[in-house]
Write a protein that binds this ligand. Structure first.
Ligand SMILES: NC(=O)c1ccc[n+]([C@@H]2O[C@H](COP(=O)([O-])OP(=O)(O)OC[C@H]3O[C@@H](n4cnc5c(N)ncnc54)[C@H](OP(=O)(O)O)[C@@H]3O)[C@@H](O)[C@H]2O)c1
Length: 238
């Protein structure tokens, strides 16, 4: 049985992906802060889930949590990092910006580095980061969120280059969702909002195919491209 960890499996995309991995015969370590949600998920399929409750901003504690969970799983083939936070912050509330950076930048880096080093040590493995279309340009509505997703995209690209240099079968996948129907995707003016089941199915396929980058759902690739080529003088008026 293959072994996976999904960081941020208590709700949303991570939760649905964990369900799918278990249904496809993975043993899955599920993490998050909301222990009851994780225990509820575990109770649906106890043989396939192991719970580990930790805050992904606790950078000092992360290696220990991940080492312990990997030991309980009996190995690790795949680590998916879905934990993330993002809030509209028109007034530049410093707390919101710093909380976003703490999870999406500092926590992300610690977990990504732990995974890369672990996979390098065992000479194989697959790390998947759930980034966002938001990482392609800046936004005045949520500056830290968009910037943190740009950081994640660039970081994953860097790790992919490192993985290539190892000449080992280590894969780095960047999943870029558009809108997915989860707690995070609140607000108005949303369009092409994908059901979380559909998003998870496409993410699972991208993992199986060991994609470098995948847009979820697939048609968001077009928005990503338009967003990316949008001239700066138009972008700053949005
Ligand atoms: N939904 C969308 O439209 C959309 C679009 C683009 C990208 N994304 C990305 O997809 C990822 C998953 O988001 P989602 O839509 O599934 O939202 P969600 O349902 O709110 O899930 C967020 C997950 O992150 C975890 N998390 C938040 N803060 C954490 C912390 N400090 N420590 C550990 N875990 C923490 C939550 O677990 P606990 O609260 O239990 O800790 C939860 O499992 C995020 O990275 C998000 O940026 C989502």
């Amino acid at each position: 049985m293959k072994k996976a960890i999904v960081v941020g499996a208590s709700s949303g995309i991570g939760h649905q992906l964990a369900v799918l991995l278990a249904a496809n015969n993975y043993k899955v370590g599920i993490t998050g802060r909301r222990d009851q949600l994780l225990l509820n998920l575990q109770s649906t399929n106890p043989a396939h889930f192991i719970v580990s409750v930790f805050d992904a901003t606790d950078v000092a504690g992360i290696p220990q949590y991940l080492n312990q969970l990997t030991k309980e799983l009996g190995g690790l083939d795949l680590l998916v990092l879905s934990s993330g936070t993002g809030k509209i912050n028109e007034v530049l509330d410093g707390r919101i910006e710093q909380d976003t950076n703490a999870l999406n930048v500092a926590g992300f880096t610690e977990i990504a580095d732990w995974a890369f080093k672990f996979f390098q040590e065992q000479a194989f493995g697959h790390f998947v980061g759930i980034t966002s279309i938001a990482g392609l340009r800046g936004s005045g509505q949520a500056p830290a969120y968009f910037a943190s997703k740009a950081y994640q995209i660039s970081y994953l690209e860097g790790l992919r280059q490192k993985a290539k240099h190892t000449k080992l079968p280590i894969y780095i996948t960047d999943i870029r969702p558009g809108f997915v129907d989860t707690a995070m995707a609140g607000g108005e003016n949303l369009f092409w909002v994908a059901p979380v089941e559909k998003a998870a199915a496409q993410i699972y396929k991208a993992i199986e195919d060991k994609k470098n980058v995948a847009y979820v759902t697939r048609r968001w690739r077009l928005i990503g491209f338009l967003f990316w080529i949008l001239p700066g003088f138009i972008h700053k008026r949005l």
